[in-house]
Design a protein around this ligand. Structure first.
Ligand SMILES: *[C@@H]1O[C@H](CO)[C@@H](O)[C@H](O)[C@H]1NC(C)=O
Ligand SMILES: *[C@@H]1O[C@H](CO)[C@@H](O)[C@H](O)[C@H]1NC(C)=O
Ligand SMILES: *[C@@H]1O[C@H](CO)[C@@H](O)[C@H](O)[C@H]1NC(C)=O
Ligand SMILES: *[C@@H]1O[C@H](CO)[C@@H](O)[C@H](O)[C@H]1NC(C)=O
Length: 808
């Protein structure tokens, strides 16, 4: 034991080949070819409001998004029959007429029209270089740490480079094109959009070279309208315009700054156009180099808070990402760093698609902010709040990106006002409560969406969203936020249910409602036996979510010392919720009784929401419920669930909550083998199928949940897979505001340090309950911490005696 830690680290570093230092396999997605015409091979960057997907083609194509460009204005879709039909539908459901009630629900309660607004692309930028075939030494990459993209190649003995960065500080996408030989760069810059373009111009006057494209959402009045502009700044060469594009010839460097502004955030075209002009003037005078370094400083400040090491891949990680994904399908064990890259890609994607851009910032939607289609996949469901939007934010707090959560809170506030009106129109509840159904749009549209009994009528969206605000408080400890932001939302969410719920078998219950997207078979003693239906009362997910809502209200009342009537009502409703029931094969029952399952491998895990993201069914809370939740999850998996990318990542999070690391890992491997497109986006059923960003975020969340959980206690390595027995992580966050660094080896903890941001009590657990010490003292119960102080965790006595004196 003369070999100290420092020597050990140096010896290990010497083993890392230099080729890998160059291409950190956890950090870069890189390609030796361009994306061709495949959007899902384009490299995605963004500044939280503007998104860009870069193809790297000979004539560069960049698909551009701005997060408030959607398909139209606010629409009042409320069904005015709902209020009077409600009590009859409830009676039908209580008496067992499932089919009659389902039909009556659709006819009287579905929205009209059935769809909210959908997300739309801004358009494409084309930068024509005249470099068709004949490019060599081609390289294109995404740097998930800096949030930058890069393209380089040789053409006619000249090296060309293109750099791209999404800048949150300057509010633009900035680009630099350059040639290694002076005067060899010729480009033509244009903007295009396939629909609803209202003007397309270019001009060069007073040294300002600008390409502009304006468009709208297509309606004759009240359309969402936008203006966008690219400023072209050249070093060397000459500039001309044909009135629609800007051409630069004989330059050495060309910089492009892009921004777009819309009617969503401004009251008049002159207002958003002057914001656009001012922003671009500011960008041009700052210059590319300053914008790039500020953007990188901003991105790395957020991204750099967490560093994950799950082991190194050697040569398997040192390949073009496209080949790497292919190799992984047959030999996953060779490349553990692919999981780390995917974890980092999720954090990059969140920072790139969800930033605070003022009171009307918008959250990452189903495609983040990377969409090329006017009728995108799941077009009417861009903010599906029966899982997908929430999943986007699962990694936000635990991976130390709490500020990326704020755009979701902004939209909740918009939706709350809509939902208060909807509560009155549809349910006759006029007590300040708000209701949302299974989708919203940028206007906070609160009406039911689509037309089908397994999905349309789900009056629970406000609960799940509101709980995100409570979680933000639990992780950050920001009391001002709890008081001024979260409480009004939690209060209003609860108020709705105090009006809406009704007594059934002496439980306060919900209905008509459903268990998201999963149908059941109507049993013989109900009408119409054998049919597939979706609408019911007292669905398990509703009860699990309401339990957490009422507990959140009670907790907030305690922390803030409130004496509002909701504090008492939450307590009394909490005691009148139907507890989970357990069915014939030991599973949590999804509905109020055991129905037949037409889809036993269904992708939604709604019945065990109380396991994740909830905590009602977590093993340390209830071994009975967690065992029954596991039974249902295993049954689903044995029947083919986890069958879409996002569903597979929910499964990962659920196994993490069951403290089963090996099952998390086998689903992580299955996810990486099947779902990512070449640019690492999650897809519905594999490359070529619909892209949804939610699964990327679910993946990142699950990797964090494997290493740190905090819904009961601050739990280090709760679900460590044996496949990644040695590794480390820094900067994860636990509820209570504890920042946690952990190292492990041979499958167990070797050390941890925990920074207390806010002070407060720290209750700890290590893995399956192993012994450990805090600052050298054996842990035997919660300790009280001092804000700003770091606590060192060392493993149990035996380990400490052997190695601890050398390393810790
Ligand atoms: C062009 O790039 C290659 C690598 O792709 C490099 O070896 C070469 O030195 C570069 N040439 C110039 C003129 O920069
Ligand atoms: C706490 O929340 C308030 C209200 O949302 C916000 O203004 C403030 O910036 C937050 N404080 C921190 C440290 O994030
Ligand atoms: C789970 O257990 C914790 C700690 O005992 C408790 O605070 C929390 O309310 C429980 N959650 C649920 C949903 O039962
Ligand atoms: C469904 O899961 C059960 C285990 O819960 C299993 O016995 C059964 O074979 C599975 N059915 C199919 C069709 O895979």
């Amino acid at each position: 034991m003369t070999f100290g830690c420092k020597q050990l680290v140096l010896a290990l570093l010497a083993l890392v080949p230099t080729s890998q230092a160059q291409w950190d396999a956890s950090r870069f997605a890189w390609y030796t070819g361009d994306a061709g015409s495949d959007f899902a091979s384009a490299v995605p960057i963004g500044n939280g409001r503007l998104g860009a997907a870069i193809y790297g083609t000979g004539d560069e194509r960049i698909t551009l998004n701005e997060n408030s460009i959607w398909s139209g204005p606010w629409q009042d879709r409320a069904n005015r029959n709902s209020r009077s039909a409600l009590s009859n539908i409830r009676s039908q459901l209580m008496s067992g007429d499932m089919t009659g009630a389902g039909q009556a629900t659709l006819q009287n309660m579905a929205g009209n029209p059935t769809s909210p607004r959908q997300y739309n692309p801004l358009g494409d930028m084309t930068i024509s270089f005249g470099h068709g075939s004949g490019r060599s030494n081609f390289l294109r990459y995404l740097d998930t740490y800096q949030g930058t993209a890069f393209v380089t190649y040789n053409y006619n003995n000249v090296n060309y480079t293109r750099e791209y960065v999404g800048s949150y500080p300057h509010g633009v996408i900035a680009m630099r094109m350059s040639s290694s030989q002076a005067g060899q760069l010729n480009v033509r810059v244009s903007l295009s959009r396939s629909q609803y373009t209202t003007s397309q111009t270019a001009s060069t006057s007073n040294g300002v070279n600008s390409v502009k494209l304006n468009g709208n959402s297509g309606q004759s009045s009240n359309a969402i309208t936008f203006s966008s502009e690219a400023r072209v700044v050249n070093t060397g060469g000459s500039v001309t315009t044909d009135g629609r594009s800007i051409s630069v010839s004989g330059a050495t460097t060309v910089d492009i700054f892009f921004d777009a502004q819309t009617s969503y955030r401004y009251s008049s075209q002159s207002a958003w156009e002057s914001a656009l002009t001012n922003n671009l003037n500011r960008a041009v005078s700052a210059g590319y180099a300053a914008i790039r370094s500020a953007a990188i400083a901003d991105n790395t400040r957020l991204i750099g808070r967490v560093s994950l090491n799950l082991g190194s891949s050697g040569s398997a990680g040192n390949q073009d990402t496209r080949s790497r994904l292919t190799s992984y399908r047959s030999n996953p064990n060779a490349d553990p760093q692919l999981a780390t890259l995917m974890f980092n890609f999720g954090r990059h994607s969140l920072v790139a698609s969800s930033r605070d851009t003022g009171a009307l910032s918008l959250p990452a939607n189903l495609q983040g902010i990377w969409n090329k289609d006017f009728s995108p996949a799941w077009g009417s469901e861009h903010l599906a709040i029966n899982i997908n939007t929430e999943m986007n934010y699962w990694p936000a707090e635990v991976t130390n990106l709490g500020e990326t959560h704020k755009p979701l809170f902004d939209l909740i506030k918009v939706a709350k006002a809509r939902g208060q009106t909807m509560a009155n129109v549809m349910y006759g509840c006029n007590n300040g409560g708000f209701v949302l159904h299974h989708n919203i749009d940028l206007w906070g549209d609160a009406a039911p969406v689509d037309y089908g009994t397994p999905y349309t009528m789900w009056p629970m969206g406000s609960v799940w969203l509101s709980l995100h605000m409570m979680e933000h408080y639990r992780f950050s400890g920001n009391r001002t936020f709890l008081q001024t932001d979260a409480w009004p939302v939690l209060q209003s969410a609860a108020q709705f249910y105090f009006c809406y719920m009704f007594n059934w078998n002496s439980y306060m219950t919900t209905g008509p409602t459903l268990s998201p997207e999963n149908p059941f078979t109507v049993p013989g003693d109900m009408r119409t036996a054998g049919r597939s239906e979706g609408i019911d009362i007292s669905v398990q997910m509703d009860n699990s979510m309401l339990e957490e809502l009422f507990k959140a209200v009670i907790q907030t009342c305690q922390i803030l010392g409130l004496a509002n009537s909701e504090c008492g009502s939450a307590q009394s409703y909490l005691s009148r919720l139907r507890p989970p029931s357990i069915g014939s094969y030991g599973q949590i029952l999804e509905w109020r009784r055991e129905y037949g399952e037409p889809e036993p491998g269904h992708r939604h895990m709604s019945a065990i929401w109380g396991l994740f993201p909830g905590s009602q069914m977590a093993p340390l809370n209830s071994s009975t419920y967690s065992a029954a939740a596991r039974r249902l999850l295993d049954h689903r998996m044995q029947n083919g669930s986890g069958s879409t990318g996002w569903s597979r990542t929910w499964v990962m999070n659920l196994y993490a909550r069951l403290l089963d690391g090996n099952s998390v890992w086998s689903s992580a491997v299955a996810f990486l083998q099947r779902y990512p497109s070449p640019n690492l986006w999650n897809t519905d059923s594999g490359p070529g199928s619909a892209f949804q960003i939610d699964g990327n975020f679910g993946f990142t969340s699950a990797i964090a949940e494997m290493l740190l959980q905090s819904h009961n206690v601050v739990h280090l390595l709760p679900a460590l897979p044996s496949a990644v027995g040695t590794g480390s992580v820094t900067g994860l966050v636990a509820r209570g505001g504890f920042v946690v660094d952990i190292t492990w080896s041979g499958g167990s903890l070797t050390g941890a340090s925990i920074l207390s941001r806010n002070g407060g009590t720290l209750a700890l657990r290590v893995a399956g309950g192993s012994q450990f010490s805090v600052n050298g003292v054996t842990y035997n119960g919660p300790i009280s911490t001092t804000a700003g102080t770091t606590y060192r965790i060392t493993p149990g006595m035996r380990w400490l005696r052997l190695y601890g004196v050398y390393c810790l």
